[in-house]
Design a protein around this ligand. Structure first.
Ligand code: BG6
Length: 312
């Protein structure tokens, strides 16, 4: 770990009593944000949010205890940024799944203490000789994270080259849950989805989503707010979005969890991904100089149990 670099980050972007940079897991550099509304940790590796805890709530994001914290490897949990492609590369499966920015080190490009005492941090990454080998386009990608009692994540992709390109991607958000049997995911009833565990067959979501087996679904043509209702934690997490017509819901369940070496065997019982995505039919075309913004807004709240709390 380069202590000079860390000092420079703190000098240039640190905010007294709100934002500091330090050595995190595996020696990776992380920004720690703490303000009167909540706390968050953001790794420069992958531009990845690792933790978010609004005051008075338990941790909202899930991070695997088995994760690698090593440059060049994805971090399992938090909010990995998948870009410029979601899942497998469209034509070449020798290229890394979910693109290459989640395994690269991003730069800090801005920080700000806002008037309402929330904190903003921007990290960015641009094309390099290395990215050109995987994807021959010039780009700038910035992630703007605002931490208050709500977590706002804005991913701005800009085409800085002379030719148009197509991209897909996701804020691959892992949420911490009490247990799959205790949660319901609302917001996608009636929506069409591609079922990745059933040869991508197109189906229609009947009612709310319950997780009771391997689940890997790409919900199509949806801009809906999703709500994870967690009766075990008595918490709900609202996930609102902009610039996205796809939502991916994933839980690997028993066999897939065992097969992934950076995922604890029993950890499928503690997480669910509800991903704000541009995927499948929702591919983004960017003309030279143009920009696409993919935004997720994560809002935890105490779950009011009507029968108990309202005397119904
Ligand atoms: C989800 C995909 O978004 O990410 C799944 O829908 C995939 O198919 C999962 O297994 C995890 O991907 P990875 O590359 O982080 O193991």
């Amino acid at each position: 770990m380069d202590h000079m670099a860390l000092s420079a980050l703190n000098r240039n972007y640190g905010i007294p009593n709100q934002l500091g940079f330090k050595e995190g897991p595996g020696g990776l550099v992380v920004a720690e944000i703490k303000n009167p509304h909540g706390e968050a940790t953001v790794a420069l590796h992958g531009g990845q949010i690792l933790a978010f805890r609004p005051r008075g709530h338990e941790e909202v994001l899930w991070l695997s205890r088995a994760s690698d914290f090593e440059t060049g490897h994805p971090i399992r949990g938090g909010i990995p940024v998948c870009w410029p492609w979601f899942a497998d590369h469209p034509t070449d499966n020798t290229k890394p799944a979910h693109g290459f920015v989640r395994t690269a080190v991003w730069s800090v490009s801005a920080s700000e203490a806002l008037a309402d005492q929330s904190t903003r941090l921007e990290l960015s990454i641009a094309d390099s000789a290395q990215t050109m080998k995987l994807w021959p386009h010039s780009f700038r990608l910035a992630i703007d994270v605002t931490v208050s009692d709500v977590l706002r994540v804005k991913l701005t992709a800009t085409n800085t080259g002379a030719a148009a390109f197509e991209c897909s991607g996701a804020l691959h958000s892992y949420f911490s849950i009490s247990s799959p049997s205790q949660i319901t995911i609302k917001g996608l009833a009636g929506c069409d989805y591609l079922d990745k565990v059933d040869r991508f067959r197109r189906k229609v979501q009947q009612g709310d989503i319950a997780i009771a087996s391997e689940t890997d679904r790409i919900y199509l043509d949806t801009t809906a707010v999703c709500i994870i209702e967690d009766h075990g934690l008595r918490r709900q997490i609202g996930i609102a979005k902009n610039g996205s017509h796809t939502t991916v819901v994933w839980n690997p369940w028993i066999d897939k969890a065992r097969a992934m070496k950076d995922f604890g065997d029993d950890e499928y019982m503690r997480m669910v991904c509800v991903e704000t995505a541009n995927a499948a039919t929702d591919t983004i075309s960017l003309a030279p100089g143009s920009t696409h913004i993919l935004e997720g807004v994560i809002r935890p709240a105490t779950l009011v149990r009507r029968d108990v709390d309202q005397g119904a």
